[in-house]
Design a protein around this ligand. Structure first.
Ligand SMILES: [Zn+2]
Length: 273
């Protein structure tokens, strides 16, 4: 479909025209969390400035563009650079995991939510929990915002943050705002929003570095080469060990496992809801 160019009244200055146009816009699903209550789950009028892209329009309403996966203008999918016309009806959708949108154009050439993540410095515990479930979760204590964004973009990772401003960076096209402040709730939130349940592989990654774990066969040559690292009080009873292929750390199921098992059970219970 061809779209209409905004008709611009003649003889008026740019400033006098600003805000004189409106579009009708509606946000769907979780995108409503970014809106004030009066604008949630309903159509509302929003000011449109001459030449404004739909991406800028969406962000002027406080919704980070990285949360958006599909925009329809008068029922036709458009990309972020599209310039709406006054009176247009705009529908804005978050990422779909189950809805069939094969016949429309997503904003990116491939799905946004490949479940691999880069996390900001405040989300260290969430990074460990995501690794516990088997997901790639990159996290460095010394990353500043620019490091995080460039690492995320270069490696096609979803940047997780509680900083909305960071999600508005133009270069970023994969990102999610984390609503909760509690690490366990954050984990549940990410799993729910991205429907990650079928991809969960508990204890397949190192909690420290995120490297993949390999099972060490008790008594094997590989096991013998590291067994002097195991405390005598552990080797006397424990027969199951894993080795991190990233940092070389050795893991066994000690007393700390109870809390980790509890978190995994929590996620498994959520998947049944
Ligand atoms: Zn490791």
């Amino acid at each position: 479909m061809r779209f209409r160019k905004p008709t611009r009244p003649s003889g008026r200055s740019e400033d006098s025209r600003r805000g004189s146009y409106t579009v009708t816009i509606r946000f769907y699903e979780e995108l409503n969390y970014f809106l004030p209550e009066s604008k949630q789950k309903q159509s509302f009028e929003a000011p449109l400035y001459p030449g404004q892209s739909v991406k800028d329009l969406i962000e002027s309403l406080n919704v980070p563009h990285v949360e958006v996966d599909l925009i329809l203008v008068n029922g036709v999918s458009v990309d972020f650079s599209f310039q709406p016309s006054p009176g247009d009806y705009i529908s804005v959708y978050p990422v779909f995991e189950s809805l069939n949108i094969e016949n429309v154009t997503r904003l990116r050439p491939f799905p946004l939510r490949t479940p691999a993540f880069a996390l900001d410095v405040h989300l260290g515990k969430l990074a460990r929990y995501l690794r516990l479930l088997g997901f790639r979760a990159e996290y460095r204590k010394n990353w500043d915002d620019a490091d995080l964004v460039s690492y995320g973009v270069d490696n096609l990772l979803i940047v997780l943050t509680r900083d909305r401003g960071l999600l508005k960076r133009k270069v970023l096209d994969r990102g999610m705002f984390v609503f909760s402040t509690d690490p366990e709730e954050q984990l549940r939130e990410i799993c729910r929003r991205l429907d990650l349940y079928s991809l969960v592989r508990p204890y397949s990654r190192c909690l420290s570095c995120g490297g993949k774990l390999t099972v060490l066969e008790y008594g094997s040559v590989e096991f013998d080469s590291v067994k002097d690292k195991i405390p005598p009080g552990v080797i006397s009873w424990c027969r199951e060990y894993s080795l991190c292929t990233g940092c070389g750390k050795l893991f066994w199921k000690g007393s700390h496992i109870r809390n980790l098992d509890r978190i995994i059970r929590l996620i498994q219970a959520d998947s049944l809801l």
